[in-house]
Design a binder for this molecule. Structure first.
Ligand SMILES: [Zn+2]
Ligand SMILES: [Zn+2]
Length: 147
């Protein structure tokens, strides 16, 4: 039971770190051609950038599939990655970018902080010079009220 929760948390945390790393060094690097569809306005409901979500989702499905027979660490890592993906979709796509307009902009607390941090990331539509590449873990300054 403990290892189930442990590996789920590890999967979740790993995604924030891997996501930050991939976003900073690959998406704003050699894979900018794909990621720029998220920074520059594109027509229609989908962006090429959504391929990254699909890729992470496939990794999660694969791990769950490999680990389901014994409910081993792979299963729980896959669950952690899936939970991350769902939270990411909820916060990044629904709350911050409002791809579906069900929620209003958060005004205070933790959500307002990560909202500001991600807006700072979108301050530029260029490959270079962007800041704040993580989603859940962002610098403290975004949580100050004055900004
Ligand atoms: Zn970006
Ligand atoms: Zn964004």
């Amino acid at each position: 039971m403990m290892s189930a929760i442990g590996f789920t948390l590890v999967g979740f945390a790993l995604m924030e770190f891997a996501g930050w790393f991939i976003h900073k060094y690959l998406m704003h690097g050699p894979l900018w051609g794909i990621h720029k569809t998220h920074h520059q306005h594109t027509e229609g409901p989908f962006e090429w950038n959504d391929l990254f979500s699909l890729l992470f989702g496939s990794v999660a499905v694969l791990l769950i599939f490999l680990g389901v027979a014994e409910f081993d660490y792979r299963f729980w890592l896959g669950i952690g990655i899936s939970l991350y993906g769902m939270s990411y979709f909820f916060l990044h796509d629904m709350l911050i970018h409002r791809r579906v307009k069900w929620f209003k902009r958060p005004k205070k607390g933790y959500l307002a902080g990560i909202f500001k941090a991600h807006q700072a990331h979108h301050a530029t539509n260029k490959r270079d010079g962007s800041v704040s590449f993580g989603l859940f873990v962002v610098p403290k300054r975004y949580f100050k009220r004055s900004e």
